[in-house]
Design a protein around this ligand. Structure first.
Ligand code: MSP
Length: 506
């Protein structure tokens, strides 16, 4: 089964921060999980390189927009191996192949009669690259997203997209597909926007040269959002040399994105696709914002403009990549806003990663080494422990099908805790003292090894590097989801050396 998942493409007018990493890791978790199910996965991320903000920053720095884009796209590219993301392709919208495909699709929108030329006047935020509607204008004509940024009064001849004619088709789409946008609160928000009445939107910019040229009117470039959204579709036509993957992977299964760009994805995007006779994506998964919690406990949005950016590189240098991946999705419920801080990061690292999980694994392997010469006893698993793992694979899959990434992790972690209790209940170090209960010790060690293996297979999407190390030490490299069942693998394997998974940070 084909599974196509995307992240938003990130603006190259600034360097990546933890917020960007968060979305990308979220999509990576889903991609890895679906690979475990044996599906044919295609995972796309990339950079959004056109538009006013990029042109402005480049001008301020005295370089060309392309030079700026090349430099900053590289920073987003460099982030990917650091956060261990398994994307299949990285699209850059300045790629001529993307441009050609955008022109093709937009020409179809034009030929289908969905565009017209008119004069446009309105309040425009140069940082959002977006004209603002009445409710979106802050005090003194400022941007409500980039708080304090003055809006420009803009007036120019523009091409318009007849968004208004898609009001009814969009209502029907929402009625037929109650899970088109998740979570439900975001579905309701998008639907309320549609029900509020849709106005036509400006499709091109006459003043700007940095963008994709409008094929039927020289001197205009497409408004950056049209060119950007189309990346999800265009990439499939050139991501793999000599192959067009569109047939296989379109429509996308999931677009993963933050709540800030809901309107573009949940309203404009399906309308644009309908206008071009292209199928709309299956689902859009909207997550909240990571907020920085300062020493007083106050929270604020992490962004370039507020200057409180948590640098993912620094975090990973100190705690490792998997710790960052784990923490973000453990601490902040996917779909909601939530605070992150170095304090709670340190606490979770210590108590959950180092103790609950790392210690459990190292103790278990050490006991198998000491009491059974490094061989997992070849006996059945403990029938008293087994029911606590029943249905776990199904629960995790169902939760991930609803993009409940944090909930799914919580279900897995409940089993990690259960295994810790099991060690205490069984006290293998006591059993080891008495030859008469040798078979009890066998069952205990075997059940612990098997339990750790099962949770680790399920943790692979969240912490791929840790999972690989631990499974290697258990002599069990299998990652298929089915193998995550407790008792799915036989005993008798030889355990190896386990490096310390979560050392004390320097
Ligand atoms: N270029 C557009 C998207 C075009 S998609 C066709 C854009 N880029 S962006 O660089 O501003 O990235 C926005 C995305 O980054 C958000 O939707 C979200 O996924 C992520 N985040 C940025 N800051 C974030 C947080 N503080 N917390 C969580 N995610 C954040 O918009």
């Amino acid at each position: 089964m084909a599974f196509y998942v995307t992240t938003p493409i990130y603006y190259v007018n600034a360097a990546p921060h933890l917020g960007h990493a968060y979305t990308t890791i979220g999509a990576d978790i889903l991609a890895r999980h679906h690979r475990q199910r044996g599906e044919d996965v295609f995972f796309l991320t990339g950079t959004d390189e056109h538009g006013e903000p990029v042109a402005r920053v480049a001008e301020a720095e005295g370089i060309t927009p392309k030079e700026l884009a090349d430099r900053n796209a590289q920073r987003f590219l460099d982030l990917l191996p650091r956060i261990n993301v398994s994307n299949d392709f990285f699209i850059r919208t300045s790629d001529p192949r993307h441009k050609r495909r955008v022109q093709e699709v937009m020409q179809r929108v034009h030929d289908n009669g969905h565009v017209y030329k008119d004069l446009y006047e309105g309040w425009y935020c140069p940082r959002c690259a977006d004209f603002k509607t009445e409710g979106e204008i802050g005090p003194g004509n400022t941007c409500m997203i980039h708080v304090g940024t003055p809006l420009d009064r803009e007036r120019e001849e523009n091409w318009f997209f007849r968004l208004s004619t898609f009001e009814q088709p969009l209502k029907e789409l929402y009625a037929q597909r109650p899970d088109f946008v998740a979570p439900r609160s975001r579905y309701n928000e998008a639907l309320a926007f549609i029900n509020g009445g849709l106005q036509d939107v400006s499709l091109s910019r006459a003043k700007l040269t940095w963008g994709v040229e409008v094929p039927w009117d020289e001197g205009h470039v497409f408004y950056v959002w049209f060119d950007a959204l189309l990346n999800y579709y265009t990439a499939l036509s050139f991501a793999r040399d000599g192959e067009d993957l569109t047939e296989l992977f379109w429509p996308a299964r999931y677009h993963v994105l933050g709540k800030d760009i809901l309107k573009f994805h949940a309203v404009f995007w399906p309308a644009l696709l309908m206008a071009a006779d292209i199928a709309v994506p299956e689902r859009e998964l909207i997550h909240g914002f990571l907020l920085m919690r300062d020493a007083s406990g106050a929270e604020s949005k992490m962004s370039k403009s507020l200057g409180n950016v948590l640098d993912p590189f620094e975090v990973m240098d100190k705690f490792g990549t998997d710790a960052l991946r784990f923490y973000c999705f453990r601490e902040v419920s996917f779909g909601h806003d939530g605070g992150v801080s170095t304090t709670t990061f340190g606490e979770r690292y210590e108590s959950e990663l180092a103790n609950d999980y790392g210690n459990l694994a190292s103790r278990t392997l050490a006991m198998i080494g000491r009491y059974r010469d490094g061989v997992v006893p070849d006996v059945g698993v403990d029938p008293e422990l087994a029911p606590d793992f029943d249905g776990l694979v199904e629960q995790v899959s169902e939760l991930l099908d609803r993009a409940e990434i944090t909930q799914a992790l919580d279900r897995i972690w409940q089993r990690v805790r259960r295994l810790n209790r099991y060690v205490e209940e069984r006290a293998p170090w006591q059993l080891a003292k008495d030859e008469a209960v040798a078979s009890e010790l066998d069952v205990t060690l075997r059940s612990l090894a098997e339990g750790i293996r099962a949770v680790t297979v399920l943790l692979h999407p969240y912490m791929p590097e840790t999972a690989a190390k631990l499974l290697a030490a258990l002599g069990e490299e299998e990652l298929a989801l089915e193998s995550a069942r407790f008792g799915a693998r036989p005993g008798g394997g030889i355990v190896g050396e386990l490096p310390q998974l979560f050392p004390k940070p320097q």
